[in-house]
Ligand binder design. Structure first.
Ligand SMILES: Nc1ncnc2c1ncn2[C@@H]1O[C@H](COP(=O)(O)OP(=O)(O)O)[C@@H](O)[C@H]1O
Ligand SMILES: [Mg+2]
Length: 239
């Protein structure tokens, strides 16, 4: 690996779902996942649909609790273990260290697109007007028409919602940023904007981990690739 500053260190990570409404059937998804990623890295998660790429990102964001192993992230100058960390610690990491662009925008009723994008900066302590200006600049770059900025994104098209979500993910400059198929419903021009945003984030020393459906985007941004293995068959609970 390059001599960059390591930002995230994953060791022996496993995730098994227990399907309580199917007689306790166990579904192993991630097994013994190991990697490091550093400042300026864009680690691309590869593998066919259903291999656990989104599950891995959710574990890294603390949405899913890993069943085994360790996820350590650099927070300022101390290392924090995420697996089993208390909720308050996870929330603080999401505010200060780890950003996440989910595959679909979680729409909050009655909150305008501009406020949705500005919110992570507000949480980081940036004053309202300054945060809204940064949000407007990102929405403009992503070609979201100004007439939409004051509206709640619930009625936006899939591609418009995705661009709001991308702007919200990039705005606060989190040192670690997780991207789940951010360009899946974008046209070629907007895909290019996202590639540029990713390159700028890497040049600024951020650490990105992402899933990219589009091979052209993947080739343009990847500095490392992690191939996930297909899961083992599910096993019935024998107890
Ligand atoms: N909350 C959940 N409960 C049960 N099974 C899940 C859950 N989330 C994901 N899975 C299962 O984990 C497997 C991997 O899913 P996912 O991580 O979405 O794959 P990918 O993103 O690589 O397509 C799938 O079989 C999926 O059904
Ligand atoms: Mg997925």
């Amino acid at each position: 690996m390059s001599a960059t500053k390591t930002m995230i260190e994953v060791r022996g990570l496993g995730k098994m779902f227990t399907l309580h409404n199917q007689g306790g059937m166990r579904l192993p998804v991630l097994d013994a996942v190991d990697f490091d990623a550093g400042a300026g890295d864009c680690l691309v998660l590869a593998g066919p649909s259903g291999t656990g790429k989104s599950t891995l990102l959710r574990c890294l964001y603390g949405n899913y609790l890993a069943t085994e192993g360790s996820i350590r992230v650099r927070a300022a100058d101390q290392w924090v273990e995420m697996v089993g960390a208390p909720e308050q610690r996870i929330l603080a990491l999401r505010r200060d260290v780890i950003g996440y662009v989910s595959q679909f925008l979680r729409v909050i009723p009655r909150v305008s697109a501009l406020e949705v994008v500005a919110e992570p900066l507000r949480m980081a302590g940036v004053e309202g007007e300054a945060a809204r200006e940064r949000a407007a600049a990102l929405l403009r770059r992503l070609n979201v028409p100004p007439r939409l900025w004051g509206l709640a994104p619930a009625t936006f098209s899939g591609g418009e919602q995705q661009r709001v979500n991308i702007a919200r993910g990039f705005i606060a400059g989190h040192p670690i940023l997780l991207l789940d198929e951010p360009t899946a419903s974008l046209d070629a021009d907007n895909r290019q904007v996202v590639i540029e945003l990713i390159h700028e984030a890497l040049a600024a020393g951020r650490c990105l981990l992402g899933i990219f459906h589009d091979a052209q985007v993947r080739d343009a941004v990847a500095t490392q690739t992690l191939a996930l293995r297909p899961a083992l068959p599910a096993t019935a609970d024998m107890e």
